[in-house]
Design a protein around this ligand. Structure first.
Ligand SMILES: NCc1[nH]cc(CCC(=O)O)c1CC(=O)O
Ligand SMILES: [Zn+2]
Ligand SMILES: [Zn+2]
Length: 344
């Protein structure tokens, strides 16, 4: 046996012993300041205008695009397992519905309004949130209305986004979540809701700190929302833009946001932490986006990680950073995993 008799005996310092604190799974669970619970999860739903179809999305494992008639039975199964909230993304697939101002976004017969009404009727308790953006519905694929040179026309965009948000709330959405990153849209949405008599019952969840980067690819496949020309770097934040993120958070709070989101999550935990400090009186959420989700799946398929363990680890990180709400494609899994012994 190897001994270290050449080293002098050291007295054991009481303060050096930490392992007494976490040598049992129960003790490890006690180390968490907060535990993951089902009511923290918001599940993204892609709703297409092909009412009776459901289609897998190759770059987004286990996630499908549902026509409104296929959506209800699918969501019903999740509600039985404890699903509390969804966020809707409309995907117009029919020919010729996209135009420069995204008319299809709030078309009364379009996928989002139809889905709000169908979900509201089928699941009175379900909390229905709607992503508010134009990129899924515009012919150019950008998130707002454009000038001829391709840059964002802020005034027209803000008016259009506010109209869309109000129409979602009128149709029965509990919450509107602007993800377009056009300056000033939170104020316009809030004012629109006030004018429509809906502000007191609509939660404005602003994607305040939304960074541009390489993590939205599978979402753009799912939502068919890649910009035709150019990119989103002039409205989504640059990934080094911590100061811009702080300014956007403060701005959106001052414009009337009821809650704020940071997006993506894993690479932006410092921003989640900043947001929970700056916006300590507001619920702060983060979006574990499509690219993050797809990366974990890809790594699990390669045998590099265990999917369930790594998913818990990622989501625990969001909690530690201060998030109270998580938009996650893993929601269906967590609704099951949280009924089982959690990895500790
Ligand atoms: N504005 C649309 C929108 N809303 C949410 C996401 C990304 C979500 C994800 O990747 O899961 C995007 C994509 C984008 O900005 O290009
Ligand atoms: Zn967009
Ligand atoms: Zn969006």
């Amino acid at each position: 046996m190897h001994t270290a008799e050449y080293l002098p005996e050291q007295p054991t310092e009481i303060s050096s012993i930490l392992q007494g604190g976490y040598n049992h799974p129960l003790l490890r669970s006690w180390q968490h300041e907060r535990q993951l619970t089902k009511d923290m999860f918001i599940f993204p739903l892609f709703v297409s205008d092909k009412e009776n179809e459901e289609e897998p999305i190759p770059s987004l494992p286990n996630i499908k695009r549902f026509g409104v008639n296929k959506l209800i039975p699918y969501v019903g199964g999740l509600v039985k397992k404890g699903l509390k909230a969804v966020i809707l993304f409309g995907v117009p697939l029919k020919e010729g519905v996209k135009d420069p101002v995204g008319t299809a976004a709030d078309d009364p017969n379009g996928p989002v309004i139809m889905a709000i009404k169908a979900l509201r009727a089928a699941f009175p308790e379900l909390y229905i949130m709607c992503d508010v953006c134009l990129c899924e519905f515009t012919s150019h694929g950008h998130c707002g209305v454009l000038y001829e040179d391709g840059s964002i026309n802020t005034r027209l965009s803000v008016r259009r986004l506010a109209a869309v948000a109000v129409n979602y709330a009128k149709a029965g959405a509990n919450s509107v979540a602007p993800s377009d990153m056009v300056d000033g849209r939170v104020k316009a949405i809030k004012q629109g809701l006030v004018d429509a008599g809906l502000a007191h019952k609509t939660f404005v969840m602003s994607y305040s700190a939304k960074f541009s980067g390489n993590l939205y690819g599978p979402f753009r496949d799912a939502a068919c929302s890649s910009p035709g020309q150019g990119d989103r770097k002039c409205y989504q934040l640059p990934s080094g833009g911590k100061g811009l993120a702080r300014r956007a958070l403060l701005r959106d709070i001052s414009e009337g946001a009821d809650g704020i989101l940071v997006k993506p999550s894993t690479f932006y935990l410092d921003i989640v932490k900043e947001a929970s400090a700056i916006c300590q009186d507001y619920p702060v959420g983060c979006y574990h986006v499509s690219g993050e989700y797809a990366m974990l799946h890809a790594a699990a398929e390669k045998g590099v990680v265990d999917l369930k363990t790594i998913a818990f680890e990622a989501h625990y990180g969001f909690l530690r950073a201060g998030a109270r709400i998580i938009i996650s494609y893993f929601t269906p899994e967590f609704l099951e995993w949280l009924d089982e012994p959690v990895p500790m």
